[in-house]
Design a binder for this molecule. Structure first.
Ligand SMILES: C[S@@+](CC[C@H](N)C(=O)[O-])C[C@H]1O[C@@H](n2cnc3c(N)ncnc32)[C@H](O)[C@@H]1O
Length: 283
């Protein structure tokens, strides 16, 4: 992928940054179980120097800052400056003096080698054109013995909370969304994909586990105001469609979601995969 194409991919996230800021507390709450699994996978401890990549509003990094305490530090980063600014504001509001924020591309991390004890990246690595390079970059910036954890979405079938939207858009447009070869939320959903990436980047002690991440919404309207507005490239695509097409997508998604309706709303299954590894200690 060319640099201008990459820049266009990054810019798409600028369009949804305000929605990520608006829903940041809900994003923290829904993802807390994955954040916890990532911390457990890297044995996050007081005093660790941590880098969070593709942080969005910084749920993971802000939570990590509480664990590492004032003896440690957290750099919360995102390629999209508005996302980094939202994370900075949230860390500031919590009085976290051990957090700094940076604009960093996870495919080319502008940090010296061996800078961090821990790198964390939730729902970011599957969105870049070259995840192999990204995981290698993470390995490079870790100190010997350092640990990394990545979370990605498991396959679309196990994530109807988002899959129904992609299915509805795909059906209405008559072409697969995202298009073949483009990165997307399920790009690393194949069994073994994350494990293979970690192995190829020379990580040791590679482990992978599934983490259930259901989404409860009180109504279809709540789902519609949340999921499409956060869905990066899809949000921009939806905004560009004629009203009748958006309306058809809504109708189709509502029909698919009805399967999950209960007495107090919708309980939508979700499944993440958390993969972790260690950079070999110096001999
Ligand atoms: C799905 S959101 C996940 C946000 C956050 N990690 C979370 O789990 O709540 C993906 C984030 O990745 C960021 N992103 C996309 N491409 C990136 C890249 N090449 N380097 C760093 N961040 C990137 C986007 O700006 C966006 O904030």
């Amino acid at each position: 992928m060319t640099d201008p194409a990459r820049a266009a991919l990054h810019a798409i996230w600028a369009a949804v940054a305000p929605a990520w800021g608006e829903h940041a507390d809900a994003i923290d709450a829904r993802g807390a179980v994955v954040t916890r699994a990532m911390f457990d996978a890297v044995d996050l401890a007081r005093g660790d120097d941590v880098l969070e990549l593709a942080a969005g509003p910084g749920s993971v990094g802000v939570a990590a800052a509480e664990v590492v305490g004032p003896e440690g530090s957290v750099v919360v980063s995102d390629v999209e400056p508005q996302m980094a600014a939202i994370a900075a504001e949230r860390a500031h509001r919590r009085g976290l003096e051990n957090v700094t924020t940076r604009v960093l591309d996870l495919e080319q991390i502008d940090c010296p080698a061996a800078s961090f004890d821990v790198v964390l990246c939730r729902d970011g690595v599957m969105l870049v054109p070259d995840p192999t390079a990204a995981v290698r970059e993470v390995h490079r910036v870790l100190r010997p013995g350092g640990r990394a954890a990545f979370a990605v979405w498991a396959d679309r079938r196990r994530n109807p909370w988002l899959g129904v939207l992609l299915d509805a858009v795909t059906a209405e447009l008559g072409v697969p969304v995202p298009p073949p070869g483009m990165p997307g939320p399920f790009s690393l959903a194949d069994p073994g994909a994350l494990e293979d990436l970690l192995g190829a980047a020379d990580f040791t002690e590679v482990r992978v586990c599934d983490v259930e991440t259901p989404l409860h919404v009180a109504s279809f309207e709540q789902w519609w105001s949340l999921v499409p507005s956060l869905a990066g490239p899809l949000a921009s695509l939806l905004a560009s469609l004629p009203a009748e097409m958006t309306s058809a997508i809504r109708t189709r998604a509502a029909a698919d979601l009805a399967t999950f309706a209960g007495p107090d709303g919708y309980d939508l299954p979700g499944m993440s995969v958390v993969g972790s590894g260690r950079r070999q200690s110096a001999a």
